[in-house]
Design a protein around this ligand. Structure first.
Ligand code: HEM
Length: 147
C-alpha cells in the first residue's frame, strides 16, 4: 500500500536559524509588486508618452540620467529585477538539476551573472557623463556646452 504524506510535511526536518527559502519566497512576491510599478512606469515614460519610441536616443537617456529621480528608479529596477530573476532561476535549477555538480555549476553561473550585471549597471547609472571633460568637441553630442 502507498501512503501519501500530509501536504504540509516538510521535505527535510526543520533546521534552526534563518529560513532563507521562506524569505526568498516572500522576496519574490514583494519585489514582483514593486516591479509592476517600476516596469510599467518605465514602459509608459519611454514608449507611450511624448513621441513614443521615436524619442529614444542618446540625448533622451542623458536627460533621464541627469535627474536623481530616474537614477534611483532605474537602480531599483536593476537590483530588484536581477535579484528576482536570479532567485527565480535558482529555484528552477534546484527543481530540475538533480545532479550535484551540474546544479552547483548552474547556480554559480547565475550568481556570477547577477553580480556582474548589478555592478556594471550600477556603475553606468552613476558614472554616465554625456559631456566628459577633455573630450574632442566634434565627438560630443550637440547639447554639450563645450560644442
Ligand atoms: C512585472 C513584474 C513581475 C512580477 C509581478 C513577478 C512575479 C513573480 C512571482 C510571484 C514569482 C514566483 C512564482 C512561484 O514561486 O511560483 C516569479 C518568479 C519568477 N520571476 Fe518574476 N515577476 C516579475 C518580473 C520579473 C522579471 C523582470 C524577471 C526577470 C528578470 C522575472 C523572472 C522570474 C523568474 C525566472 C521566476 C521563476 C519562475 C518559476 O518559479 O517558475 N520576473 N515572478
Amino acid at each position: 500500500m502507498t501512503t501519501i504524506e500530509a501536504p504540509r510535511t516538510p521535505a527535510r526536518p526543520a533546521r534552526k536559524g534563518v529560513n532563507w527559502e521562506k524569505w526568498g519566497w516572500i522576496y519574490m512576491r514583494a519585489s514582483g509588486l514593486v516591479l509592476i510599478v517600476l516596469i510599467f512606469g518605465h514602459l509608459l515614460i519611454n514608449l507611450v508618452l511624448g513621441e513614443g519610441v521615436k524619442q529614444i536616443d542618446f540625448a533622451f537617456v542623458a536627460g533621464k540620467y541627469a535627474t536623481p529621480f530616474w537614477q534611483v528608479w532605474d537602480l531599483l529596477m536593476l537590483w530588484l529585477a536581477l535579484i528576482h530573476g536570479g532567485n527565480g532561476m535558482r529555484t528552477l535549477v534546484n527543481d530540475y538539476a538533480h545532479n550535484r555538480t551540474v546544479n552547483r555549476i548552474l547556480r554559480w553561473a547565475i550568481y556570477a551573472a547577477v553580480i556582474v550585471l548589478i555592478v556594471l549597471g550600477t556603475l553606468v547609472i552613476f558614472t554616465f557623463d554625456p559631456c566628459p571633460a577633455g573630450a574632442a568637441a566634434d565627438q560630443l553630442p550637440s547639447f554639450c556646452p563645450a560644442r
